[in-house]
Write a protein that binds this ligand. Sequence first.
Ligand code: NAD
Length: 402
Amino acid sequence: MKEIVILGAGYAGLRALHRLQANVGDFHITLVDRNSYHYEATDLHEVAAGTQSKEKITYAITDVVKPSVTTFIQAKVETIDRETKKVTLDNGQVLNYDYAIVSLGFRSESFGIAGVEDNALEMVDVDSAEKVYHHIVERMQDYSKTQNLDDLKIVVCGAGFTGIELLGSLTESRSSLAKIAGVSADQIEIYCVEAVTRLLPMFDEKLADYGISSLKNWGIKFLTGKPIKEIKPNTVIYQDDKETGATKELSANTIIWTTGVSGSKVMETSGFSQRRGRVIVSDNLTDPDFDNVYIVGDVSAFMNKENNRPYPTTAQVALKMGDYAAKHLLAQLRGNEIEKFTFKSLGSVASIGNTHAFGMVGKSAVKGYPASFVKKAIMDKSLFATGGVKEVLAKGRFDLYH
Ligand code: NAD
């Protein structure tokens, strides 16, 4: 009997599990994850802003594990040795495998900027997202005692997809935060400091402007074209003048870091040929040197031949990769061949709060209230892809159908 290990129970890992469990054969699966639950990484900003509970965006991994085929181990992967086909876990266990599906996900990228790890909050998993929310609530509580205006200031560093969605949710929670501090909502100042001036390059300029102007109308203050150079305690230092390099400081008692992601550190420590934790994979999503090791999701870079750039690290790509890896693995086991992996984007939609969104669906732009329906349908679809009917019924976004 062949042994398959799936490392990581994110979008890609669980999608692969789903397909393998639906095609039971002469194999056993071991699924490993550091948590006992799967979380919807695309919804972390809601937990960070306090607009959604942790429970709403998570479900128990054992809910989707078929014990007759799969063993689930809750542990951290330490190293993957592709020569000896062994995975070492932090609980001391060593797993032998015939096939591995590596889907270890992302971490926050600081780009080596001083002070980020120590002085900014990250939003990479459920615990860190909850920590952001608790931190903000504590600052609001402090304000009622200290009257320090910096307690009312929140800075989001980076205006990528994550930063924009977080800003949208923060505008939504502003009134309830204001109540805690005993101030009016407009006294809570929310800033976004961003390196470039042309935001959200994946959208055309008009559509990106729509999203940014909505946030500006709701009171978000954007500082664009201002690369962050350092984070000191309660202070963001950014370059204010490109010519002279002169910097300015923005003080705030909540600083959240969302300037991009890299793949799991395990890729580097296990000697994969990687850049920022991502491995350029073959046309079948395998390691170029080991055709029994699939690399999928945020640790994988699959090149888009049209522009010679890797596809972005999104849930949509991760789900497709997980599905394909399982299909290809089943074909390998049966001695069959299948077509190479291809990806065609269905578009992407950014939420700005619960009732607004903007983005592209196929070739059509969507925005405003109707776009938030589309966004919720996308969220339900991806929940279905890993969790099935049960999780959609329990955690789906049914305000869609009101
Ligand atoms: P990102 O790379 O998309 O955006 C990071 C932003 O931070 C960029 O605008 C960049 O210019 C800015 N930045 C980088 N360094 C900076 C600095 N020193 N100072 C100021 N600004 C700086 O990263 P992300 O938003 O974390 O998203 C990561 C991935 O996840 C992307 O591929 C994104 O598309 C995807 N994502 C998708 C969705 C969705 O589809 N709804 C939601 C969230 C994230």
